[in-house]
Design a protein around this ligand. Structure first.
Ligand code: NAD
Ligand code: UD1
Length: 337
């Protein structure tokens, strides 16, 4: 797998994955409409790697523009990150989410068929497990969705299964990410949320730098060791490396497979606060608030399938996740602007 189309490659996880791909001497072509990212991320990728990836500012919903990318370039595989990802927003504008995520994927797959590209890595999410009946979560657990965003991931997984069933020449890796956090250790690329962050670690980081006053801890009455929600936080660089392993696996013609990409360890909200404070020598004021609707108590992966079949394991500890988040925030107090 040498020539790779990366959709959404200017985004948070995409940019980190492109860096790892360029480090492996892969030829990368990025397609992104920059709806949730900045072109500056691409210049930073070049600064880190010394290589400028080819970039097309194209929306996956624009079939003719996407078709011209497929005519101009040659691909062995596609890594498909492009999508909208905010759970709250998805409940406000569900049709945009279905249109963007589902139709965008259909357009992409149609062109892949037309140009005989049958290798695909898809960004799925632990959200497809809904409220899991137990932890750690295995790939074989039942899937469900609790919001339109999650439903787009579930639908796309099912569409890709149908596609594989229709033609076994496809090789598809459904990567179910747990909670990606952190940033490249250079501090040059990282997560750059528009508006006030919804997710825990970007919020903490903005409290630490003084942009936000204090963290609201959503629920301290969960059945966990300190009452706060437990998640499987994974360093974005480890996650990025998982995509390289998934691409390598596709060359063995594995068919369609799902993999959990997580560390297999759960940390509570207060564990994250205290680790961030200790590692970065900052204070995170917080107060306990009510539970956030739709949140679950505990979510962490059984990541043994990825270890066994992809030869991948998350290696970076929570301390690095917190230190790298903070380095990115300090070096870029206003993100890429
Ligand atoms: P991101 O928003 O930073 O990156 C997504 C990129 O896709 C952005 O650059 C955006 O501009 C682009 N994009 C969106 N719609 C597009 C379209 N129609 N055409 C072209 N480009 C388009 O998000 P991320 O955190 O890097 O997430 C990447 C993928 O991983 C998403 O599919 C997301 O749902 C999934 N995921 C993310 C997380 C997470 O916590 N970040 C967890 C699980 C799954
Ligand atoms: C969220 C998404 C989920 C997505 C995942 C990874 C929601 C409801 N779910 O899940 O679909 O797959 O991100 O991107 O948005 N917390 C606080 N205060 C805050 C923010 C969060 O206490 O200001 C708590 C939450 O209650 C949770 C933990 O921190 O216990 C992690 O929250 P978050 O980062 O939003 O991730 P998820 O809830 O796992």
């Amino acid at each position: 797998m040498k020539n790779i189309l990366v959709t959404g490659g200017a985004g948070y996880i995409g940019s980190h994955t492109v860096v790892e791909m360029l480090n492996m001497n892969m030829n990368v072509v990025i397609v992104d409409n920059l709806r949730n990212s900045k072109e500056e991320a691409l210049r930073r990728i070049e600064k880190i790697t010394g290589i400028k990836p080819t970039f097309y500012k194209v929306d996956l919903l624009d079939r003719s523009a996407l078709a011209s990318v497929f005519r101009a370039e040659k691909f062995d595989a596609v890594v498909h990150f492009a999508g909208l990802k905010a759970v709250g927003e998805s409940t406000q504008i569900p049709l945009s989410y279905y249109q963007n995520n589902v139709t965008g994927t259909l357009n992409l797959c149609e062109l892949m068929i037309k140009h005989s590209v049958r290798n695909l890595v898809f960004s799925s999410s632990a959200t497809v497990y809904g409220d899991p009946h137990k932890t750690p979560i295995k790939e074989s657990f039942p899937r469900s969705a609790t919001n339109p965003y999650g439903r787009t991931k579930l639908m796309i997984e099912e569409i890709l299964q149908d596609l594989y069933d229709s033609d076994n020449a496809w090789n598809i890796s459904l990567l179910r990410y747990f909670n990606p956090i952190g940033a490249h250790p250079s501090g040059m690329i990282g997560e750059d949320p528009n508006d006030i962050p919804n997710n825990l670690v970007p919020f903490i980081s903005q409290v630490a730098i003084g942009k936000l006053n204090k963290l609201a801890v959503f629920g301290a009455d969960y059945p966990t060791h300190d009452g706060t929600g437990v998640r499987d936080y994974i360093h974005v660089v480890d996650l990025a490396k998982g995509h390289i392993k998934a691409l390598q696996k596709l060359s063995e013609n594995p068919g369609i497979q799902a993999f959990n990409l997580g560390t297999g360890r759960g940390y509570s909200v207060l564990d994250i606060v205290s680790t961030f404070e200790r590692v970065n020598k900052v204070k995170i004021p917080y107060e306990t608030a009510g539970r956030r609707p739709g949140d679950i108590a505990v979510c962490y992966a059984d990541a043994s399938k990825a270890e066994k079949e992809l030869g991948w394991r998350a290696e970076l500890p929570l301390e690095d996740m917190c230190a790298d988040t903070w380095r990115w925030q300090l070096q870029n107090p206003n993100g890429y602007e």
